[in-house]
Write a protein that binds this ligand. Sequence first.
Ligand SMILES: O=C(O)c1ccccc1NCC(=O)[C@H](O)[C@H](O)COP(=O)(O)O
Length: 213
Amino acid sequence: MLDHATPKRRTRVKFCGLTRAEDVDAAVALGADALGFVLWPGSRRAIDLERLASLAARVPAFVTRVGLFVDPDTALVERAAEHLDLLQFHGDESSACCASFGRPWIKALRMRDGLDLETAARDHAGARALLLDAYRPGMPGGTGETFDWSRIPATLAKPVILAGGLTPANVAEAIATVAPFAVDVSGGIETAPGCKDVDAMTAFLDAVRRADA
Ligand SMILES: O=C(O)c1ccccc1NCC(=O)[C@H](O)[C@H](O)COP(=O)(O)O
């Protein structure tokens, strides 16, 4: 019989910064919950709208297609959104700006000194989740660096997506420490920026499943 009193945790997994069809296919086959596509032209993992359309078309139902933006032009978000299920904002976008596209959205917060997560969660009340990432000046995301996970309050008003420097080797400790709703990884499953590694994706998912067990 199912024990409804103590449901088993299942940490969701988002693979971010995909640029190649074979990586999308592998991530889906392995069981990733969400795939991130970087639409910020300054990224080493950036893709254009044409590539987004072709990659997004490979993704079946029940796998979330996430588009990453950094202080984007409205037109870019509107055109990309046709191929996306969720918008992820990494810049200084206000809550009103994020909501203005009429699509589900999450806000990435870089953990700079003094950031108050409780206040940020209130400021972004319309977000479906907060993605917490490492802070490095001049780099809006994909730093490959961790931050002090003990800064995350146990009870935040929003689901937490933990990002920043996660790898197959440290993700279990991250889950044990933070108990996030989801984990997000980019550099930790790559051989080069934008090129994912099947063995690393497999190892990452295995580590998450072991941590949840
Ligand atoms: O990956 C990028 O190049 C990037 C550029 C600009 C904004 C966001 C970007 N990535 C965002 C992500 O969601 C990454 O997965 C997240 O920052 C974690 O990256 P990593 O530390 O490499 O796992």
